[in-house]
Design a protein around this ligand. Structure first.
Ligand code: NI
Length: 158
């Protein structure tokens, strides 16, 4: 496994749409492992392929709870319900946080790393993270949808 370089604000790749994963081959498995390791290294709760420079519809999520890391290939949000106003950040926008409106609940379908099609019903933080990461796959970043006046810069603890 390896830590991959995270693409940062200003990198045009973040505006590009990612392509479907067609075959879950060894290259994809290595990408998934590297993305999980990279997310953990930077204490992120989610990471999309585009953020490590790979335009494939791959997301990893870890809420650091009993479920462990979740891998979503070709995720599709099929239903949303309600709204939640949440504080949000992104590993591609270090030290920047703002308020965003996200769905309160999402139902998403995705393929897991074994190739099985799955469905998840998510609320609260998981709904927020799935929504944020699927946006990345469509070339959208949270900074484009923040509530005006809520952006804060927070220096990391040394
Ligand atoms: Ni992000």
């Amino acid at each position: 496994m390896a830590i991959r370089k995270i693409r940062l604000e200003g990198d045009d790749i973040l505006k590009k749409r990612s392509r479907e994963v067609e075959e879950i081959d060894e290259k994809i498995q290595i990408l998934i492992d590297d993305m999980i390791e990279t997310m953990h290294k930077y204490n992120g709760v989610g990471l999309a392929g585009v953020q490590v420079g790979v335009l494939k519809r791959v997301i990893v999520i870890d809420l650091y709870d009993e479920h462990g890391p979740i891998v979503l290939l070709n995720p599709v949000i099929i239903k949303t319900k309600g709204e939640q106003e949440v504080d949000e950040g992104c590993l591609s926008f270090p030290n920047q946080f703002a308020k965003v409106i996200r769905p309160a609940e999402v139902v998403a379908e995705y393929t897991d790393r074994e190739g099985k099609r799955m469905r998840v019903k998510a609320k609260e933080l998981l709904a927020q993270v799935i929504s944020h990461e699927v946006d990345h796959l469509n070339g959208e970043v949270f900074m484009d949808k923040i509530i005006p006046g809520t952006l804060e810069y927070i220096e990391p603890e040394k």
